[in-house]
Design a protein. Sequence first.
Length: 280
Amino acid sequence: MADDDFEKQVVAVRSRLPVAAKHFDAKDVERVAFDVAGRRDVALDLWDQARDAADEAWRECRRRLRWEYGARNPHAGWSTFVLFAAVLSGAFSAALAAGLRSDPYETEGILFVLATISGLGDLIVLIAVGWRPLNWGMVRMQIGIAVTLAVAAAFQLTRPAMPVAPLVFGAGAIGIAGLILVLLVRALRPAEREEIDTAINVAVARMRPEVDAIAARLQAETLEKLSAQEQERIVALRTAALVDLAALGDPQPAVEEVVPAGGVIISAFLVKWNSYLRRE
């Protein structure tokens, strides 16, 4: 290919990218390089397959966590939502019991409902998990439940007895007893405590070989669709465009020329294929 033709294609790559660098990254540069090289169909198909593979891998990882840990699932298990609702209900219970912006006697019915939700929700989770450690995130919510319900019970002691008082005291006792139980189980079962605290990391690590195998398959299939000349052209366009963007003040992550055509798109989706890896 003549140098002039190549330079025109590099300019074409840059012109098809968004103006603001924050709106694109290296995988977008490679996708446009495919387009300019006349293989837009291959790029779009690869993009969809890599994205779908990443989504499916993360779904499978979460499914395995649910299967292995049930109620104790550290990633959005049902007990997490129940404990969160219990914390919120406990916090509102404490506010109502304290009389913040309302007369405690006028909101006694609401306090009854909220304290019931908080105490009963906590009790359901404690029964479901049994004598097994919860991860630290759930422990923090248990601390919140114990503190808010204890505060609500304490305010009940500062005023004449109300019909709702026994229920608030009972919910507070559940929250405090639950916290003691949760901390005791974690202290007595250090091996299981470490397992549940690292469950997500372990699940992701176990899934990694399968994701790598998918990435390798997609890379091989992509190269089969491209001639040697097309592969070289796409890599050259990608490299030149990234260099030009860096010179213009829009640097993107460096990509070595040894990375084959399609490798950037595949890596973008299948190296950091779940929300935890993307936050690193």
